[in-house]
Design a protein around this ligand. Structure first.
Ligand code: NAI
Length: 413
C-alpha cells in the first residue's frame, strides 16, 4: 500500500482543475509568466499549483497564514521544476513574513492573493516589482475590503479581479463549503449529534443560510437571528424560526455565528444560555463571539476536549466555546478546510482570473478592482456541469430574439 503522492486523493475530487490542466497543458497560455500564489498550503492548493504549472507558469507559493501549511504538500511541490515554495510547516510568523518578501523579490508578474497579503506588501515594500506586475486576483472577503481601501486611496498599481465576489464563489464556497465544513467540524470537535437539537444560526447571508439549511437537513430545529429584515423574512419563508439572540439563547444547544460582524454574542446573552451550550464561529476572524465577556463571566476555565474551552459560571452553568472563537471550519483541531469539490470551483475561478488577464484582458484594464467577467464565471459553471455529465438546454434563436427584441414604445432606438 502506497501513500507516496499526497495530492492523489484531492486530484480525484477536483475535476474542474484537472480539465483545465488537460486543456491548457497543451497550449501553455501562461508560458513565460511568473505567478505568485498565497493560499493555505494544503492539498487543494497543491492541485491548483500544479494546474498553473501545467498551463506553463512558473509558480511561487506562500501560505495565507503560518499555521495552515502541510509539510507533505510542501515536500511534494518543492522539488518540481518551475515551482518554488516560500513557506514551511510550523514556521514562525516572522519567518512566514520574511518568506513572502523573498517571494516578491523573485519578481512575480501576476499575484493570486488571499487576504490581500502579497498585494499589500508588494505596494508597500517592493514598489519596483509592483510596477511590473500585470495583474492580480483575490479570493477572500477580507482581501476585497483591503483592495477597496487601496483603490479609494488611489494607490493600486495594477488591475485585480475580485474572485471572491463571483456567483461561482459565493453560491458554492460560502453556502455549501462553509455550511458543510462548519457543521462537520462542530460535530467532530464535540463528538455530539445535531439531530433533535436546537441550532441557532446568527446571520442568514450566504454562509448562514448554508449552515442553517444543512443543520435542519440533519434533523436539528433551527433558529435564525438577523439584523436585516429581508434576510429574516427569507429565513422565515425557508422554514426557520426567527428570534432575537436574547430570546434564542435560552433554548440553544448550539449557536453558530456567521455575520461578518463583531460581538454578535456578548455579555447580555450569556445570562440566557442553558448549561452545556456549545458556541462556534464560522464568520469573521475571532470577534463574532465576545470571548472577553465569557472570560469575565467565568469563575473558572477548563479544556474538557481538544478544541473546546469551557467557561464555568458562578451559578454552575457551563458554556463551551469551540476553536477559541476562531473560524471553526478552518482553525479547529480537526479542520481540513472546505471540501475539495467546492475549492475546485473557487480555485478554477482563481486560475481563470490569471489566464484571462495574462492572455490579454489586463492590457485593456486601468489599475483598480474589477468584477470578474461573467463569461469566465459561466465558463467554470459549464465546465463543472461537464465533469458531472449533466446537460442543460440552449436558448433557441427565437428565445434569444425574444429577450433582445423588446423595446419601450417611446424608445428612439
Ligand atoms: P453576508 O453578507 O452574505 O451575510 C452576513 C449576514 O449577517 C447578513 O445577512 C447580515 O444582515 C447579518 N448580520 C450582520 N450583523 C448581524 C448581527 N449582529 N446579528 C445577526 N445577523 C447579522 O456574508 P457571508 O458571505 O455569509 O459571510 C459571512 C462571514 O463569513 C464573513 O465574515 C465572511 O468573511 C465569512 N466567511 C467564512 C468562511 C469560512 O470558511 N468560515 C467562508 C466564507 C466567508
Amino acid at each position: 500500500m502506497s501513500t507516496d503522492d499526497p495530492l492523489a486523493w484531492t486530484r480525484d475530487y477536483t475535476p474542474i482543475l484537472r480539465s483545465l490542466a488537460e486543456q491548457y497543458g497543451e497550449t501553455k497560455p501562461l508560458d513565460g509568466h511568473r505567478v505568485a500564489l498565497a493560499s493555505h498550503l494544503e492539498q487543494k492548493t497543491g492541485v491548483l499549483v500544479e494546474t498553473l504549472r501545467e498551463a506553463g507558469a512558473e509558480v511561487l507559493v506562500t501560505g495565507s497564514e503560518p499555521h495552515s501549511t502541510k509539510a507533505a504538500v510542501v515536500d511534494a511541490l518543492r522539488d518540481r521544476d518551475g515551482i518554488e515554495t516560500f513557506v514551511e510547516a510550523g514556521m514562525s510568523e516572522e519567518a512566514w513574513e520574511a518568506g513572502q518578501h523573498e517571494l516578491l523579490e523573485a519578481e512575480p508578474d501576476y499575484i493570486l492573493d488571499d487576504g490581500c497579503e502579497l498585494i499589500a506588501k508588494v505596494h508597500a515594500d517592493h514598489p519596483g516589482v509592483a510596477e511590473t506586475v500585470i495583474g492580480g486576483g483575490e479570493q477572500t472577503t477580507a482581501g476585497i475590503t483591503r483592495l477597496e481601501a487601496m483603490e479609494a486611496e488611489g494607490v493600486l498599481e495594477f488591475p485585480v479581479y475580485g474572485v471572491n465576489d463571483t456567483p461561482m464563489k459565493h453560491y458554492f464556497d460560502n453556502v455549501h463549503g462553509t455550511g458543510e465544513s462548519s457543521l462537520s467540524n462542530v460535530m467532530i470537535t464535540t463528538n455530539t449529534m445535531l439531530s433533535g437539537k436546537t441550532v441557532v444560526v446568527a446571520g442568514y447571508g450566504y454562509c448562514g443560510r448554508g449552515i442553517a439549511r444543512k443543520a435542519r437537513g440533519m434533523g436539528a430545529q433551527t433558529v435564525v437571528t438577523e439584523v436585516d429584515p429581508r434576510k429574516a423574512l427569507e429565513a422565515h419563508m425557508d422554514g426557520h424560526r426567527i428570534a432575537s439572540m436574547a430570546e434564542a439563547a435560552g433554548d440553544a444547544d448550539y449557536v453558530i455565528t456567521s455575520t461578518g460582524n463583531r460581538d454578535v454574542i456578548r455579555a447580555e446573552h450569556i445570562e440566557h444560555f442553558p448549561d452545556g451550550v456549545i458556541l462556534a464561529n464560522a464568520g469573521h476572524f475571532d470577534v463574532e463571539i465576545a470571548v472577553p465577556a465569557l472570560e469575565e463571566a467565568a469563575e473558572r476555565v477548563t479544556e474538557p476536549r481538544e478544541g473546546v474551552t469551557r467557561y464555568h459560571l458562578p451559578d454552575g452553568r457551563r458554556i463551551n466555546l469551540l476553536a477559541e472563537g476562531r473560524l471553526v471550519n478552518l482553525t479547529g483541531p480537526h479542520s481540513g478546510g472546505h471540501p475539495a469539490e467546492v475549492m475546485d470551483t473557487t480555485f478554477a475561478m482563481m486560475f481563470e482570473a490569471a489566464r484571462d488577464m495574462l492572455t490579454g484582458s489586463a492590457a485593456e484594464l486601468e489599475p483598480g478592482l474589477y468584477a470578474m467577467p461573467d463569461r469566465l464565471d459561466r465558463g467554470v459553471a459549464e465546465r463543472k456541469l461537464e465533469t458531472l455529465g449533466v446537460a442543460v438546454d440552449d436558448l433557441t434563436d427565437r428565445q434569444r430574439e425574444y429577450y433582445e427584441e423588446w423595446q419601450h414604445p417611446d424608445s428612439a432606438f
